[in-house]
Design a protein around this ligand. Structure first.
Ligand code: ZN
Length: 258
């Protein structure tokens, strides 16, 4: 990923609140199409311009051909708010985030964790993230539904990672149970993205903790009941894979042999 600066020059009389609203709408459109990562875009007002810092998945992430129609409309609104078209300057590689995959893609994996600042669509070849704007969205004109699913997944994962959890089992159950609303939504998104892009999209089912390590290591695919254990883990992470259900998972962490 890359750290970049986006500059919005003031070219006409404008109100701070109008300019701020237009910049906010444009940023939101970039977030929901995967052109920028994360949800924070610190922005400074510097007399004749506004400057924002953002993380982008590739140096060409903000090229017009990669923008959604919503982002292009929001860009027009910047003009109406007295701002010039934003100018992007790439500052360099972001050393704090994952790198975008550069391997050929044969299958995708929908996978995210609480600490990610990247696309939840990964290349099955190397687990590295892929920019969302390169793929047809599950529904509508951009990836808003997928990003909103990722936000909820990460929030629950963050909670269940804490020692002093404020939700005892609720967060983990949502992440772990095949039929939870969170996992149903995620699997539906994976199916739709698969259909719209005509390639397999696997869903990574979080395994969580287990009180019975024998049962956990011999569990069956929760989608179809098949034996889905792999002889060697996939991507050094997944012990289970079902090609019929497009599902991968792993043995609970405390049950894994080092
Ligand atoms: Zn299955």
């Amino acid at each position: 990923m890359y750290l970049a600066e986006l500059t919005y020059k003031v070219i006409a009389n404008t109100h701070f609140s109008r300019a701020e609203a237009a910049i906010r709408a444009f940023s939101e459109a970039l977030i929901f199409n995967g052109n920028m990562l994360g949800r924070e875009m610190p922005t400074a007002w510097q007399q004749d311009r506004f400057s924002s810092r953002l993380v982008i998945p590739a140096t060409d992430a903000l090229q017009r051909t990669n923008l959604s129609s919503r982002a292009l409309q929001a860009e027009q609104q910047l003009m109406a708010a007295g701002l010039a078209y934003p100018q992007l300057q790439v500052l360099g590689m972001d050393i704090m985030s994952q790198h975008t995959s550069n391997q050929p893609v044969e299958a995708l994996l929908l996978f995210t964790t609480f600490s990610d600042n990247c696309s939840p669509l990964r290349n099955m070849a190397d687990l590295a993230p892929l920019p969302l704007y390169q793929w047809q969205p599950a529904d509508g004109g951009d990836h808003e539904n997928l990003i909103r699913w990722q936000i909820q997944f990460q929030a629950l994962d963050e909670i269940q990672q804490q020692q002093q959890r404020v939700l005892q089992k609720t967060a983990e159950n949502s992440l772990q149970q095949y039929h939870s609303v969170l996992n149903r939504q995620g699997r539906q998104l994976a199916t739709k993205i698969s259909q719209r892009n005509t390639l397999p999209v696997y869903y990574a089912l979080y395994s969580g903790s287990s009180t019975d390590c024998h049962a956990d290591a011999t569990k069956r695919c929760p989608g179809c009941g098949a034996d889905w254990q792999l002889s060697t883990p996939l991507l050094a992470l997944f012990d289970f894979k079902c090609d019929s259900c497009c599902l991968v998972s792993n043995i609970a962490w405390e049950c894994q042999t080092p």
